[in-house]
Design a protein around this ligand. Structure first.
Ligand SMILES: Cc1cc2nc3c(=O)[nH]c(=O)nc-3n(C[C@H](O)[C@H](O)[C@H](O)COP(=O)(O)O)c2cc1C
Length: 405
């Protein structure tokens, strides 16, 4: 085994948390929490990931409150789920006591089609806008948060982080990217506020930094906090690379333990962070709402712009961010084959997060450690991502019929 693969499979520490290797499961909302409850479906999926040798699994898209959900099937972090969350972390530890469990904290902001809002009348973001995703479900408008709403949102980050720590999560990843709540504030495309939360980058970062401070306050100094940030929205008027580098510096200075650099937004151009086959065709197949289906047919090609897949598609940009910060760096994006893993390690990244490669082969780490010629073989058909709202949630369609599906 090469020196760099050896590094990938050797113990490391994330902040102060010892990990058995440098390979982490990326946050992939799996659609396995019916009615928002983290039960057996979710547990079984992550048991598979844990059994495969990954050092840390991440429960994707844990929203900080019920109204932070894009749809009403998503998990929200709340006292009502304390028993199930405790069971989830406890059972995963039984599979491998050395594994670490992280949760990605997210809030959809105004990107919501959740008709079962509890606290709010309609989804709220930084500024008023048409709610494209909510349109087919009869929620055509999103409102602007008042400062009171912002204060409340910050508190949800605090309380959710506290609960996550109490139920056994050992790290938290804050979602600052992909066009969801916090990223809507960072992006000049979606934040048109004229108060202390809009305008300059310092103002647009005010809420994200408050959320980070609230999470830190809740979990304490020694608990690792990762941040997933966007390096560009990839759209006119959106967050650009130069500002994103400053975002990284701000998060670093504010005490984030590690950064994960992605790009693109679910609302405008999701394919920037997926690459490969576009999602619209598969989404049309599983979509039940006829209006959404029609919308996808009409808007799909524009929304799901094609970006060809290449291995390590974020590497060069992520290296530029890495050079600006002192915190640890987690590489994400198209690290499918072992040559790529080797390259990421050679470039000095501390960890790598794998999304689709672990959906394709949860046993990636054990298989790769046993066989230097291991090939993962994920084709980036992206069908897994079209299944997030299908019954039972995601699986790798290429594995259908085999034990790994
Ligand atoms: C099925 C699926 C669901 C995803 N859900 C999330 C999510 O909840 N949060 C997030 O930050 N990224 C999400 N992503 C993006 C991945 O975390 C990752 O950024 C992307 O897949 C690129 O990494 P990969 O090439 O290793 O798959 C999702 C990806 C897939 C395939």
């Amino acid at each position: 085994m090469s020196e760099y693969l050896d590094r990938a499979f050797s113990p490391a520490t994330l902040g102060k948390l010892p990990l058995k290797n440098r390979i982490l499961k990326a946050a992939t909302y799996e659609g396995k929490t019916p009615d928002g409850v983290p039960g057996d479906l979710l547990l079984d999926f992550h048991k598979g990931i844990v059994a495969g040798g990954t050092a840390m699994t991440t429960i994707g898209y844990c929203t900080t409150e019920a109204d932070g959900r894009i749809n009403d099937q998503m998990l929200w972090i709340d006292e009502v789920h304390r028993p199930q969350l405790t069971r989830l972390t406890r059972e995963l530890k039984k599979v491998d006591p050395a594994v670490r469990i992280s949760g990605q904290m997210a809030h959809c902001g105004n990107f919501s089609k959740n008709r079962k809002l509890q606290r709010l009348q309609r989804p709220l973001g930084p500024s008023r806008q048409i709610n494209m995703i909510g349109l087919p479900s009869g929620m055509p408008f999103a409102g602007a948060m008042t400062v009171k709403d912002i204060d409340y949102l910050v508190k949800t980050y605090h309380d959710a982080a506290k609960l996550m720590r109490e139920v056994g999560f050992e790290a938290i990843e804050i979602h600052f990217s992909h066009g969801y709540g916090l990223s809507q504030f960072i992006s000049p495309r979606t934040n048109h506020r004229t108060d202390a939360y809009g305008g300059s980058l310092a103002n647009r970062m005010r809420l994200p930094l408050r959320a980070l401070a609230a999470v830190r306050d809740a979990v304490g100094a020694d608990f690792p906090i990762l941040g997933k940030m966007g390096m560009t929205d990839g759209i006119k008027g959106g967050l650009g690379f130069d500002e994103a580098q400053q975002v990284a510096v701000m998060l670093d200075s504010a005490g984030i333990d590690a950064l994960i650099c992605s790009a693109g937004t679910s609302s405008f151009n999701p394919m920037l962070y997926f690459r490969g086959a576009t999602l619209d065709k598969g989404m049309i197949e599983v979509e039940k709402n006829p209006i959404t289906r029609l919308g996808l047919k009409m808007m799909g090609p524009k929304l799901f712009r094609h970006y060809p897949y290449e291995e390590l598609y974020f590497l060069e940009d992520a290296k530029r961010v890495r050079d600006q910060v002192t915190c640890q760096m987690v590489y994400i994006g198209g690290c499918t084959e072992l040559d790529s893993l080797e390259a990421v390690m050679r470039e000095g990244f501390d960890f790598v997060q794998l999304g689709r490669p672990l959906i394709k082969d949860p046993n990636y780490v054990h298989n790769a450690m046993a066989d230097p010629n291991y090939r993962n073989g994920c084709s980036h058909c992206n069908r897994c991502a079209t299944l997030i709202e299908a019954p039972g949630g995601i699986h790798c369609v290429e594995n259908e019929g085999s034990a790994a599906s």
